[in-house]
Design a protein around this ligand. Structure first.
Ligand code: A2P
Length: 279
C-alpha cells in the first residue's frame, strides 16, 4: 500500500498513518510501531503530549529503513504556544526522537476562540515559529490540528499557509464544514480517531456495509476517509488489527454507500470543542 497524497508544497505523504495517542513510552509502544513498519506503514503520527517520542524514534531507527522512507509527524503542545517556546519545544521533540529532521510539525490545538481574548495573536506567534522551522529546512511541511475554519483563516494570510489540518473525523463525527473549507484552500485533512476510538464500530450501518464489502466496520471507516481525500491515522497495539487496518486499498465505497454514511446522524464523538478547550 504505497499510495501517497500530495501536500500543497509537493511533499508526498503516505495515505495511511499509524496513530500513537495513548501509547506510552516503553517497550510495548516500540514493539507496536516496529510491527506497523514491518507491515508496511510508512507514516507515524506522534506528539509531544503523547509522551512517546523516544519510543517512536527508537522504532524508526531500529526498523533498518532509510530515514527518508518513513514520514514522521509531531506536534507542539498547548503550553508551548508562542514564538520562542515553540522553537524550544521543537528542539526537545527532535532530541527525543533522535532524528535530524521532521516530516511534519503541527500546532496541536488552536488557542480557543471562546477562552482567549488574544487567540488570534497567540496562534499567529506560534505559526511564525513553525514557518521559520519550515524555511530553515528542519521540517518538510507544517500544519495545524483541531483548527476550525475561523482559526485557519488568519494563517492563510501569512507567508506560508498550513498544509495539513488534523481533526477528529469518522462516520460519527464527519466535520463536513471543516473538510469543505480545507478542500477549498488546498489543506490536506488528516483524521484522528478515525474509528471513533472504537466507539463507532458497532453502528448498524457500518456493520452492514462491512458485510456487503467483505470488510470490517473499521475498514469501512478508514476507506470512507480515503474516498474523501482524508488521511486516516488509526491507532492499535494489536498486531492483527494493525494489519487489518492496512487492507483498505483493494476496494472502493460506491457513491450510494458514501451517501448512506453521509446521512448518519452524529454519534460517538469525543465531545472536544476546539472553541472551548481551556488549556
Ligand atoms: P487496540 O489498540 O487495543 O487494538 P482510533 O484510531 O479511532 O483512536 O481507535 C483506536 C481504538 O480502536 C483502540 O482502542 C484500538 O484498540 C481499537 N482498534 C484499532 N483498530 C481496530 C480494528 N481494526 N477493529 C477493532 N478495534 C480496533
Amino acid at each position: 500500500h504505497g499510495e501517497t497524497f500530495s501536500l500543497a508544497n509537493g511533499v508526498a505523504i503516505p495515505c495511511l498513518g499509524f496513530g500513537t495517542w495513548q501509547m506510552k513510552e516503553g517497550p510495548e509502544t516500540v514493539a507496536a510501531i516496529q510491527k506497523a513498519l514491518e507491515l508496511g506503514y510508512r507514516h507515524i503520527d506522534t506528539a509531544a503530549y503523547y509522551q512517546n517520542e523516544r519510543s517512536v524514534g527508537q522504532a524508526v531507527r531500529a526498523s533498518g529503513l532509510p530515514r527518508e522512507a518513513v514520514f514522521v509527524t509531531s506536534k507542539v503542545w498547548n503550553t508551548d504556544r508562542g514564538y520562542e517556546s515553540t522553537l524550544r519545544a521543537f528542539d526537545r521533540t527532535m532530541e527525543k526522537l533522535g532524528l535530524d529532521y521532521l516530516d511534519l510539525y503541527l500546532i496541536h490545538w488552536p488557542a480557543a476562540a471562546n477562552r482567549f481574548d488574544n487567540w488570534e495573536d497567540i496562534n499567529g506567534q506560534t505559526w511564525r515559529a513553525m514557518t521559520e522551522l519550515y524555511q530553515q529546512g528542519r521540517v518538510r511541511a507544517i500544519g495545524v490540528s483541531n483548527f476550525l475554519p475561523h482559526h485557519l483563516e488568519p494563517l492563510l494570510k501569512t507567508e506560508v499557509a498550513p498544509m495539513v489540518n488534523q481533526v477528529e473525523c469518522n462516520p460519527g463525527c464527519q466535520q463536513k464544514q471543516t473538510l469543505a473549507y480545507c478542500r477549498d484552500h488546498g489543506i490536506l485533512v488528516e483524521a484522528w480517531s478515525p474509528l471513533g476510538s472504537g466507539r463507532v464500530l458497532e453502528n448498524a450501518t457500518l456493520q452492514a456495509l462491512g458485510k456487503q464489502y467483505g470488510k470490517s466496520a473499521a475498514q469501512i471507516c478508514l476507506r470512507w476517509c480515503l474516498e474523501q481525500g482524508v488521511l486516516p491515522l488509526p491507532k492499535s497495539v494489536t498486531p492483527q488489527r494493525i494489519q487489518e487496518n492496512t487492507a483498505i486499498f483493494d476496494f472502493a465505497l460506491t457513491p450510494e454507500d458514501m451517501a448512506r454514511i453521509a446521512a448518519l446522524p452524529p454519534f460517538g464523538g469525543s465531545g472536544h470543542d476546539p472553541d472551548q478547550i481551556a488549556f
